[in-house]
Every structure is written in C-alpha cells, then in structure tokens.
Design a protein around this ligand. Structure first.
Ligand code: MN
Length: 243
C-alpha cells in the first residue's frame, strides 16, 4: 500500500502553542465542559424587542441568531476591562443552554435529549456599534463579538424536563435593572434547539444564549453586575477600567 503523505503517524506539531480550549466549570464535577460554539438568540422577549424598536410577531417570524467567538468566553467572577470604541456598553442577562449530544434537524419533542445543562449568561454588547450597524444593514460583529463579552456561570447539569419557568433577574451595584421569567421566552428552549438545528449540526459543547428580557442598560468602569436565574444559579461580573 502506498503511504498517504497526509496521514502521517507522526504527532502533530505546531509553530507555537495553540490557543487554550475554551471551557467552563461544571457543578458537582472536577471536570470542565469544553466549549465549542457560542450561539445567541436575538429578540426573544417581547418587552425587550419593543425597547429595541423591533417588535416580534411569532406567527410571521422565525428566531434569528448571531454568534461570538469562543475566545470571548469569560467565567463568572471575572473583572473585565471596559472595552474600546464604545460609549454605551450594555448588560444582557440570559439563560444559557449547554448542548450535550449531537443533533441535526431535530423535532422540538426530541430537543430535550440534546440538553446537558444550563447556566447564567451575560451577553455584553457595544450597543452604540450594534445599533449603528443594524441601521446601516451591516453585520453586528463589532457590537457583539467583543473581547471578554460572553460571561457564563458554572454549568449546571440538568437531565429530565426542560426548564420552562423561573425568575431571571439582574442588578447593577445592587440596583434592580432586569427582572423577568423564563416562561416569557417567545421561542421556548425546545423550539430554539429545533430551529437552530435546521442550520447547524449541533455539537456537544455548543452554548445557546436564549435572549435577554427588557431593562438592558449601560455599565461604567467600577460597576458590579449580579445576575441570577431561579433553579439555575448566579453570575457576577466586575467592570474594570478602560483597556
Ligand atoms: Mn443577547
């Protein structure tokens, strides 16, 4: 048999150390969850869609998504520098769904079997750049794919019934800013998984940020953000000085 030169038995070597694997702690485990992709649902609470000036009609629309690089992942408890090129850096408190099994074109009724667990998440956003891009029909990347902008708590393994209710709340400096409930999601977690799986072969380690409720707002250097989701957990972020 001729040797295929592309299938060397030599171990792969790199010019320099590869970037670290993005990962998150798992409640009750010493092993960390390796993170694959970060998917975000846009406008999944009616009151937030209205505050963004883009109401949603579920009977006539499908959910939409954007992505961020896994390198933007930051663990709860971190201090992150106020990012460059913005004067309106916003918090968005969200339920995060961690995928544990592969799935493609799954039915909503089959979606629960794909879920490994949940977490609290912050989808930090350069709102000024996001809205400028939106209004010009440009991509959202500069507004959304911000370094250190995907903040996630420990992953809570959660077999069994899908989370369909539970209060979600966020404070800045102890002042209440966001308060809603998972039961107000326009598209439920199974509906999101089913729809997203029409576009992507979902993989273990994919995270889906399910969307934020109303009350989003700006942070300043020195702020402390606290979030919690009933039945899931808590998240903390400290905003540091501008980089
Ligand atoms: Mn969001």
């Amino acid at each position: 048999m001729p040797m295929n030169p592309s299938k060397s038995t030599m171990p792969t070597t790199y010019l320099r150390a590869p970037p670290p694997v993005a990962s998150l702690p798992v409640r009750g485990s010493e092993k960390r969850l390796p993170v694959n992709r970060l998917f975000f649902v846009g406008r999944n609470y009616h009151a937030h869609a209205v505050e963004m000036g883009r109401p949603v009609d579920k009977s006539a629309e499908r959910p939409f998504y954007f992505t961020k690089s896994p390198s933007t992942l930051v663990e709860s408890g971190a201090t992150v520098a106020y990012p460059p090129e913005t004067e309106n850096y916003h918090f968005e408190m969200e339920l995060v769904v961690a995928i544990g099994k592969p799935g493609f074109r799954v039915q909503p009724s089959d979606a629960p079997a794909l879920i490994y667990g949940y977490a609290c998440g912050l989808d930090m956003t350069r709102r000024d750049l996001q809205l400028a891009a939106r209004d010009k029909g440009r991509p959202w990347d500069l507004g959304k794919d911000v370094e250190a902008s995907s903040v996630v708590s420990e992953i809570v393994p959660h077999p069994g019934p899908v989370i369909s209710r539970g209060e979600l709340a966020l404070t800045v400096g102890g002042q209440p800013r966001q308060k809603s409930d998972i039961d107000k999601l326009i598209w439920s977690v199974p509906e999101l998984i089913a729809d997203l799986s029409l576009f992507y072969h979902l993989q273990p380690g994919d995270l889906i940020f399910a969307g934020t409720p109303e009350g989003v707002g700006a942070v300043q250097p020195g702020d402390r953000i606290d979030g919690r989701i009933e039945g899931v957990g808590e998240i903390v972020l400290h905003v540091g000085a501008a980089a």
